[in-house]
Design a binder for this molecule. Structure first.
Ligand code: C2O
Ligand code: CU
Length: 472
């Protein structure tokens, strides 16, 4: 039964995993138990820390982390079972924690200024929710996010299926980028207009689970479930898992019909997750590279390393990989749908007239516009308000020179075909929309409350690309 970030209990006890992953298997339960006031409540502290982002041989980097660690502790729950998490803010600035991709009670969504007051320095907030879906999710700040997320505040949140999935290994990789100076410290120019009006804050230093690379040990013919998560502020990630058959089994946490990847290539928008299953059919002792490409870089960030010893079984599993479905609607009735266009405008090299807000470019907060105006996603009236159960179809014509990663809170959505209301065979919570392209999404607004829609390139979100809507 897998119980840590990438380690089964057996491996953890045996200490048998590579450094990239074992460093995550630090139990914090004992200390927490003493302080919890609600039985089973977990304590999560935002604090300063140190991380060996450049490897153990180099000086550490000063970071902010949940429990002072990169990534934050793995939070693992089970579908349909309540999670209680007390967040204690030991930083010098207010925060809030968003449980990205979970379709939970609105009051627990963590959108500071919209669903809760920010947690002040020294303050705390008790989160309590029941995850309706099994899958790979993550948590991160939703206040001054460019700085807080970039300094290291993020962690993975895994909700287990009601019945264990038939795999030998379950490994999660939180992939991040960092802008470091020559002493290995985080460059503090957060939210500068050059980043904000272009592709957001990128960093040339890449990490997996807080280290420059990770080795994933497998035995020949084992089946590995690999949970890939892009936790970077703004980087679009192209991953390649070379040489082994890779099946995608879930996207953004939600199971999909399994499909074999072409050349093992996975595209991850900022905030996106992808669960793949890999049968370790390489030769004993061989290693398979996982490389990250994009922005003129190509780097091996992890390796799947086959054990030299006996295969786990004479042949790989024959059963096609799959995951049990989550309770999402099977159909949507488009006849009564609420349809709206939400043009994306602004940024550098803006085409045409933009959203009538071109003159605000220099003002920072107004670099980007959604639906004709720059907004912070909580001030002002909602973009729309619908009754619970309404089918909502949103079109996002991207009229800018940059791709954007539009994220919807509290709901998963379908990506619609270009010419009609047919949809792609998967669910998303974040959709990457290329420059000069239009994406249309559909969802049933079945979760009451106030929900944000924003670009998950955080520097875009914080300079205008955030709106909210209401489900009554
Ligand atoms: Cu992961 Cu509002 O975002
Ligand atoms: Cu964007």
């Amino acid at each position: 039964m897998p119980d840590t970030l990438g380690l089964t209990r057996r491996q953890f006890l045996a200490g048998g995993a590579g450094i990239g992953i074992s460093v995550l298997a630090v139990p914090v339960a004992a200390q927490q138990a003493a302080e919890a006031t609600i039985p089973g409540q977990r304590i999560l502290r935002l604090r300063e820390g140190q991380a060996y982002l450049r490897g153990a041989e180099q000086a550490p980097t000063a970071i902010w982390g949940y429990d002072g660690a990169i990534p934050g502790p793995l939070i693992r729950g089970r579908r349909g079972e309540r999670l209680d998490i007390r967040v204690i803010n030991e930083l010098q600035q207010p925060t809030a924690v968003h449980w990205h991709g979970l379709r939970i009670d609105n009051r627990m969504d963590g959108a500071a200024g919209l669903t809760q007051a920010p947690i002040p320095p020294g303050g705390r907030f008790d989160y309590s929710f029941v995850p309706p879906d099994a899958g790979t999710f993550w948590y991160h700040p939703h206040a001054n996010t460019s700085e807080q997320l970039d300094r290291g505040l993020s962690g993975l949140l895994i909700i287990d299926e009601p019945v264990p999935v038939d795999v030998d290994r379950d490994v999660a990789l939180a992939i991040d980028d960092w802008r470091l100076d020559d002493k290995g410290q985080i460059v503090g120019n957060f939210g500068n207009p050059m980043d904000a009006m272009h592709e957001g804050r990128l960093g040339a230093h890449l990490t997996v689970n807080g280290l420059p690379s990770a080795d994933i040990p497998v035995k020949v013919n084992e089946r590995l479930r690999l949970r890939l998560a892009n936790v970077a502020n703004s980087r679009i990630m192209v991953l390649r898992i070379g040489g082994l058959p890779v099946h995608v089994v879930a996207i953004d946490g939600q199971p999909c019909e399994a499909f074999l990847l072409d050349k093992g290539r996975v595209l991850l928008a900022p905030a996106a997750r992808c669960d793949v299953m890999v049968d370790a059919t390489g030769a004993p002792g061989s290693a398979v590279d996982i490389t990250l490409e994009g922005y003129g870089q190509s780097q091996t960030i992890a390796r799947i390393v086959h054990d030299k010893g006996e295969p786990a079984r004479p042949k790989p599993r024959e059963a096609r990989p799959s995951l049990p479905a989550n309770p999402l609607p099977a159909t949507m009735d488009f006849r009564q749908a609420m349809r709206m266009e939400v043009p994306i405008e602004g940024g550098a090299m803006m085409m045409g007239g933009g959203g009538g807000a071109g003159h605000t470019h220099a003002m920072g907060r107004g670099i980007w516009q959604l639906a004709g105006k720059a907004s912070d996603g909580h001030s002002g009236p909602p973009l729309f308000s619908v009754r619970r159960g309404t089918v909502v179809v949103l079109g996002f014509p991207n009229k800018t020179m940059f791709p954007h990663a539009m994220h919807l809170h509290g709901h998963h959505f379908r990506l619609l075909d270009n010419l009609d209301d047919g949809w792609k065979p998967y669910w998303l919570d974040t959709v990457l929309i290329g420059e000069n392209r239009t994406a249309r999404i559909a969802f049933i607004a079945d979760n009451p409350g106030k929900w944000m829609i924003h670009c998950h390139m955080i520097e875009h979100q914080e300079t205008g690309m955030a709106i909210w809507f209401e489900v009554t």
